[in-house]
Design a protein around this ligand. Structure first.
Ligand SMILES: C[S@@+](CC[C@H](N)C(=O)[O-])C[C@H]1O[C@@H](n2cnc3c(N)ncnc32)[C@H](O)[C@@H]1O
Length: 220
């Protein structure tokens, strides 16, 4: 069992040829993997419009940020993996998108390169990224992010999360790409919803799998 180590994580993702949400065995009739379903459902739950400014935290190579840039006014993707950010920028350039920015930033320190409070962020997305942080850091990060969100605003998290005792589902760890505690530190669903409630949100949960769900938090 390892501890949260941001530098090691950044190194691992810098040296990964693909992210978890785009690899792996297909489990659904639709041919999607569980992380892909979590990403799709989370993205749908953003209910994006042309007025929105989206912040995608742990954007990776920018899949969701780029899809969102075709809908939203402005999109900002932040990540701790500089190599992933470079790939995301190249992809945005290939699609001639000039309303998406990719910058270095972490959940716990989102504004390293950009003064995010100036962007009028209305929606925040985190797909398969928040589970890398331990509980207390998740709580602090969700508070920080909720303070960057304009009202009315929405935070959507699609991720590994525990609906019941995880060891009851050990045989399903691979299916959801949970490494059992090396770099992944998923929380109980109740913990995440409580953090969002304490930050001022009203929450709703969609369970996708015994170990994966989507949390939608509205801030008015
Ligand atoms: C599995 S990938 C998911 C990428 C993307 N959200 C997607 O759905 O394709 C997880 C991403 O979270 C990023 N990440 C891990 N810890 C982070 C942190 N503390 N702050 C910001 N990003 C982080 C990793 O660098 C990686 O790009």
């Amino acid at each position: 069992m390892s501890k949260y180590d941001k530098k090691r994580l950044a190194w691992l993702f810098d040296n990964m040829t693909d992210t978890k949400s785009t690899i792996g065995e297909q489990v659904a009739d639709s041919g999607e993997t569980i992380p892909q379903i979590a990403g799709r459902v989370a993205f749908e739950q953003l209910k994006l419009t042309g007025e929105d400014v989206l912040l995608d935290v742990g954007t990776g190579t920018g899949d969701k940020a780029i899809a969102a840039a075709h809908i939203c006014r402005q999109v900002i993707g932040i990540d701790i993996s500089k190599k992933s950010l470079e790939q995301a920028r190249i992809r945005a350039e290939l699609e001639n998108l000039n309303n998406v920015i990719f910058a270095y930033g972490a959940f716990e320190e989102p504004c390293v390169e950009l003064e995010l409070a100036l962007y009028g962020i209305t929606k925040i997305l985190a797909v398969y990224s928040l589970h890398h942080l331990p509980d207390q850091l998740k709580k602090e990060s969700l508070f920080t992010l909720s303070n960057l969100l304009h009202r009315p605003g929405r935070i959507v998290i699609g991720d590994i999360m525990f609906f019941e005792e995880p060891n009851k589902h050990i045989e399903k760890f691979n299916e959801v790409y949970y490494d059992g505690g090396d770099t992944d530190f998923p929380s109980r669903v109740e913990y995440l919803t409580e953090c969002l409630k304490q930050a001022g949100g009203t929450t709703r949960v969609e369970q996708i799998h015994p170990l994966v769900g989507v949390i939608i938090a509205d801030f008015v």
